[in-house]
Ligand binder design. Structure first.
Ligand SMILES: NC(=O)c1ccc[n+]([C@@H]2O[C@H](COP(=O)([O-])OP(=O)(O)OC[C@H]3O[C@@H](n4cnc5c(N)ncnc54)[C@H](O)[C@@H]3O)[C@@H](O)[C@H]2O)c1
Ligand SMILES: O=C(O)C(=O)C[C@@H](O)[C@H](O)[C@H](O)COP(=O)(O)O
Ligand SMILES: [Zn+2]
Length: 379
């Protein structure tokens, strides 16, 4: 009987995915209601039973008290820092404010930071953790779809500058990623759609079967169906974990996770890193443009491009640029030249031979790129 009960308890536990990085390896726990079990999952990993939670002004009233209660029940001392919400917090100004608050709280090298929120909080907290006292541990507790499927995994941390997106940062891996899919219930539909673009990315870059599954189940996922969400988060995190394990610091295959991002980061810069265009929305447009560029270069059939655009449109994501007034192709290319993937002055693009088969190309002729952008702006 005891054996049977033990088995039942085991089955109810979320089965972790593992990001295999030697001594920096960590688990990704995915499940419903995990926020209330955070204390028991975190306690064994903490160098000292003390954390500082970093969150934003939207997330704090929704989830901070529950997280704190769970930590308290596990005997973990905690404090919280609440930052303004939104992309503009990925800035030197907010980084400085966060570091000063953390130092005022007398964090020690053995204190762990908890990032409770979306990708903005995760990227900023991870960066602060990487540089404070020359390196603190941190744990990701992502609460947006985008953060649950992408930004909480892989250790890319950082901020934006006037020169462009994510240009100052560190690779600093979290010690754990704790994903409570129930937190998505309070996420606005627009934010959910933006995160969905990064889900679609995994299908487009390396898993045609997953893309087909999304064509069939994407609407359920976006409507809040928990089974569909768990399935998509698991597949996405497994794909990202495998790529990061193979190439932690983006020497090769990891750059495929940048599908659509050469365009996306230029569009975010052109629109001022604000609410006008969310990161995920920019990635949606960027992936459509990357497929169109692949078609014009003769790599990819038109039918594949149409299928990508059709799915993005079906879920309400933008895939063209006609809404972007006052920008020229040259403006966007100037932003692209600040990209981290520039090699000896040449842009790197993630292109595709078909849905599920992406590759890197550093030989894209400027004239073809300009035509793709000009047509998208004119459409
Ligand atoms: N590090 C990486 O690998 C990586 C990967 C992808 C994206 N990113 C970065 O992530 C950022 C975008 O992240 P994001 O889309 O999560 O944006 P975000 O962090 O700004 O969150 C979006 C909005 O949702 C709110 N919110 C968060 N959780 C909520 C919840 N459960 N209920 C209600 N509201 C909630 C936030 O307050 C915010 O207003 C960008 O800066 C992007 O560059 C990083
Ligand atoms: O984890 C990665 O690698 C990614 O490229 C994931 C992207 O979705 C994410 O937007 C990332 O922050 C972009 O990285 P960057 O190095 O181009 O800034
Ligand atoms: Zn992204």
């Amino acid at each position: 009987m005891r054996y049977v009960v033990g088995l039942l308890v085991w089955f109810r536990q979320p089965q972790p995915l593992r990001v295999e990085l030697g001594e920096r390896s960590y688990d990704i726990l995915i499940g419903a209601g995990l926020l209330d079990a955070a204390g028991e999952h975190l306690a064994p990993l903490l160098p000292q039973p003390r954390v500082v939670i970093v969150t934003d002004a939207n997330v704090a009233p929704l989830y901070l008290a529950r997280l704190e209660a769970s930590l308290a029940a596990a005997g973990i001392t905690r404090a919280a820092v609440v930052l303004p919400a939104g992309e503009s917090s990925k800035s030197f100004t907010q980084l400085e404010a966060l570091c000063e608050r953390l130092l005022a709280l007398k964090v020690e090298r053995r204190t762990t930071l908890l990032a409770l929120g979306g990708g903005v909080i995760g990227d900023l907290t991870g960066f602060a953790a990487g540089i404070l006292l020359r390196g603190l541990d941190f744990i990701q507790v992502p609460t947006t779809l985008l953060a649950q499927v992408d930004s909480s995994v892989g250790g890319k941390t950082g901020i934006n500058t006037a020169h462009g997106k994510n240009l100052v940062g560190l690779f600093h891996q979290p010690r754990l990623v704790l994903i409570d899919v129930d937190t998505l219930a309070t996420l606005e539909a627009r934010q959910r759609r933006a995160g969905y673009a990064e889900v679609v990315k995994y299908g487009l870059l390396g898993d045609a079967g997953f893309f087909a599954w999304l064509e069939a189940h994407g609407a359920e996922l976006l409507a809040g169906d928990r089974d569909a969400i768990v399935q998509a988060v698991q597949v996405s995190c497994a794909a990202k974990a495998a790529i990061v394990a193979a190439d932690e610091r983006e020497g090769g295959v990891r750059a495929l996770l940048n599908l659509g991002h050469t365009f996306a980061h230029a569009l975010e810069a052109a629109t001022g890193f604000g609410d006008a265009l969310l990161h995920g929305e920019a990635v949606g447009v960027g992936m459509a443009l990357a497929f169109e560029l692949s078609r014009r270069l003769g790599y990819c059939a038109g039918a594949e491009v149409e299928r990508v655009v059709r799915h993005l449109a079906a879920v309400g994501l933008p895939s063209d640029l006609h809404w972007l007034t006052g920008a020229t192709p040259q403006d966007l290319i100037a932003h692209m030249l600040g990209d981290k993937k520039v090699h000896d002055g040449r842009l790197t693009f993630v292109l595709a031979r078909r849905i599920g088969e992406a590759f890197l190309d550093r030989q894209v002729p400027a004239a073809v790129l300009e035509d793709v952008l000009a047509d998208a702006l004119a459409e």
